[in-house]
Each structure stands twice: as structure tokens, then as C-alpha cells.
Design a protein around this ligand. Structure first.
Ligand code: CA
Ligand code: CA
Length: 231
């Protein structure tokens, strides 16, 4: 028997809350980048038991809005040209729910505890090993496809190629493909990730402290700023 109120469930997706005006700062954002993998066990971000200077690199994104965001076709790239060792990850069919987090690992020589998705397919479920984030691997197989420890950027783009934001560190020779609010300068660090604190519009990036034996926290977004209304 058809449920006569079934259509109301669909309509609820368009309730006023879902259509509420978001400020420009309210969008899916990069919340952590590990470009300089710490030495030793503190660098085993992908939690497979061994540290890899390239494979444990990751980019974390978070949806702070009240609405789901479809990420199919969105990309994460570094500064390199496509024919010159570019890091490239293209999201498969996938929707990041309100308040949810996703992590994309470089993945070289990593056996990441599952469920883990890839460019071909999203993971079947969130990953308990990574604070219930959605975990992906770029499945990289080349040691030259890596984020520079000294000067590079990661750029998040929509499926149509629009830059969401570009995070740059050091002084790359190339010009980042963004400016203004979409170009964010990251602090330099040689042995930790940088993570976004959620204070103020857009937040601020800081070097990650040691937490749970790691100098990063893939899948765990920073807590709301102290004094936040939480609403
Ligand atoms: Ca590892
Ligand atoms: Ca984190």
C-alpha cells in the first residue's frame, strides 16, 4: 500500500530550514590539511600501522551548513599541472550531509581501515576509525604525486570547476587560481597538520597539537569556538 503522506517526506527536504539563507562563509570547506607528515608513529594519519611520507597525506572537508551538499564531480588538486605530477581527486556520486566530514587520503601504500571509498565509488558508510567521517583514498601510486612540505596549495572546486577555496602555504612559483576570500594562507609546519578553528566567519588555520598520539585528526572537525551559540 502506498503511504499517502509519502510525498510530504520529500517536501520536507524543502522546508524553510533547508532553504534558509546561508552567509557566504557557510559552505563546504577544507578543515584540515596534512602536507608535512610527521616522522614516526605520529605521522600514521591513515591508521594502517606505518607512517608514509606521501601516503598519509590528507585533505579533510566539512559541511557546516544545515543542508546536504552533493559533491559528485568536485575536485581537490595541488599546484602541479595535470601532466606534471598533479594530485587530483574527483569525488564520485556522493552527498555530504549537514555537519558531516569527509577525508581524502593520498593513499600511497596505505591499507586504510574501512569502509574506504575512492574516485570510482563512495564508501558504503561512515568510518568508525575516523570519527565517523566519510573516508576516501586517491589511491596514488607515484611518490612524485605529493604535497610539497615547503610551498604548495590544495584547491577545492565544484563539479563545474568553480573554486570553492584554495589553501596555499609557502611561496609557490605558480600563481594560485584564486584570490580574495577564496585564497587562504596556511601556517608553515614541518611536522603536523594544519586545521581550521571555527572561530569567526571562515575560521583560522592553526598548527595541529598532539592529540591521541597523532599530530593530526583526520575525520574529526575542530570543535566550535568557545562561546558559540551552537545554533
Ligand atoms: Ca599510514
Ligand atoms: Ca581534524
Amino acid at each position: 500500500m502506498r503511504n499517502p503522506v509519502g510525498s510530504l517526506v520529500i517536501l520536507s527536504c524543502f522546508a524553510p530550514g533547508a532553504l534558509g539563507q546561508e552567509s557566504p562563509a557557510e559552505t563546504v570547506r577544507i578543515t584540515e590539511v596534512l602536507y608535512a607528515v610527521p616522522k614516526g608513529s605520529e605521522g600514521d594519519a591513515a591508521r594502517d600501522g606505518s607512517r608514509h611520507a606521501t601516503g598519509d597525506e590528507f585533505v579533510e572537508i566539512h559541511n557546516p551548513t544545515d543542508a546536504p551538499v552533493r559533491l559528485a564531480g568536485w575536485t581537490i588538486t595541488d599546484r602541479n599541472a595535470p601532466d606534471a605530477g598533479q594530485f587530483l581527486f574527483v569525488f564520485p556520486e556522493f552527498t555530504l550531509g549537514p555537519g558531516e566530514t569527509a577525508v581524502v587520503f593520498n593513499g600511497m601504500e596505505q591499507t586504510i581501515p574501512g569502509p574506504v571509498g575512492a574516485a570510482e565509488q563512495a564508501p558504503a558508510s561512515p568510518n568508525e576509525q575516523f570519527d565517523k567521517a566519510w573516508v576516501f583514498t586517491a589511491g596514488n601510486t607515484s611518490s612524485t604525486v605529493a604535497l610539497s612540505n615547503t610551498a604548495d596549495w590544495v584547491c577545492l572546486r565544484t563539479a563545474s570547476g568553480e573554486v570553492v577555496e584554495c589553501l596555499v602555504w609557502g611561496e609557490p612559483d605558480e600563481t594560485p587560481p584564486a584570490s580574495g576570500e577564496k585564497l587562504v594562507k596556511l601556517p608553515r609546519t614541518s611536522a603536523a597538520s594544519v586545521q581550521r578553528t571555527l572561530a569567526g566567519p571562515g575560521g583560522v588555520f592553526e598548527v595541529h597539537p598532539v592529540a591521541e598520539g597523532l599530530r593530526c585528526s583526520p575525520g574529526k572537525p575542530p570543535p566550535p569556538a568557545a562561546g558559540s551559540s551552537g545554533g
